[in-house]
Design a protein around this ligand. Structure first.
Ligand code: MN
Length: 281
């Protein structure tokens, strides 16, 4: 079975180049473009060898190597740093972080193939113990500083998020208060409409009859009957006024033309006898 190589590298051009070189040699190449997805790919794919770029977004190559070395399933999988970090100490930094080898970029294709094959056969680079202690301390300090910076960043982001949630909640409360205000205004308009509508009819009857009674040619024989009608209409108006003072809930009815008015009958508290204003619509 062909050996499987995982290449963790954020640069697409580098990935394609290395893939071509290795595939020509018969290796299966899988790729990851950042530290976290590289760790994930290593855990799921169980490659025979991992090529690790160091300057990576998210977890860098050192951190990804340290993470992978803590996995028992990957304990024997060689991790080889493949990096443009070629200043003094970069090889040691790679080895103390958990890498088993170090190949500086740019690579020489022929030599690169030989180096990969050697690591697959079991070659491991070693580091002097006192040198390792020095770089381990440096690595530990770097990790703690990075952890602190990340925690500070998260704390700040969390505070910002909390503030945004607070602002949003306040906006919602203001909007709600505005809606309630608008509804109250609407209720007053609707109530006024209902009162006007219900009072206009008895008022029209009364005004009409009074006008007749005061006219020169009024038929006096009708007086008793007309006064009785006026008394009834006044009673209707009194009942409406009672209904308004008893107004407990708020119900509306829709009139043609989509006019909504308060339904005084429904809105008034239930009284013992049903109200009939007796006015023809
Ligand atoms: Mn890189």
């Amino acid at each position: 079975m062909n050996e499987k190589i995982l290449y963790i590298e954020d640069n697409g051009v580098n990935r394609r180049l290395v893939r071509r070189i290795l595939e020509r040699e018969g290796y299966v190449v899988i790729e990851a473009a950042d530290g976290l997805s590289g760790v994930q790919a290593a855990l799921t794919e169980h490659p025979d060898l991992i090529l690790m770029d160091i300057n990576l977004p998210g977890l860098d190559g050192y951190e990804a190597a340290t993470r992978l070395k803590s996995e028992p399933a990957l304990a024997d999988t060689p991790i080889v740093a493949l990096t443009a970090n070629v200043t003094p100490g970069d090889r040691e930094r790679s080895l103390v972080s958990g890498c088993d080898g170090y190949i500086p970029k740019p690579i020489d294709p022929a030599n690169f193939v030989l180096q990969v094959r050697a690591f697959l056969r079991g070659e491991r680079e070693s580091i002097d113990e006192s040198l390792a202690n020095y770089y381990l301390r440096e690595y530990r300090d770097k990790l703690v500083n990075r952890l602190q910076a990340k925690i500070e960043e998260l704390t700040r982001l969390n505070a910002e998020l909390e503030q945004r949630v607070e602002e949003r909640t306040r906006e919602l409360e203001e909007t709600q208060a505005r809606l309630v205000r608008v509804e109250k205004e609407q209720a007053i308009i609707e109530l006024a409409g209902a009162v006007a509508h219900e009072l206009r009819q008895p008022q029209t009857v009364i005004a009409g009859l009074v006008g007749l009674i005061l006219s020169d040619n009024y038929d006096q024989s009708q007086l008793q009957h007309d006064l009785q009608t006026i008394v009834e209409q006044v009673k209707e108006m009194s009942q409406l006024i009672d209904a308004m003072t008893e107004l407990a809930s708020y119900e509306t009815k829709t009139y043609p033309g989509d006019i909504r008015i308060v339904d005084l009958e429904k809105s008034a508290q239930q009284s013992d006898q049903p109200r009939h204003n007796g006015i023809a619509p």
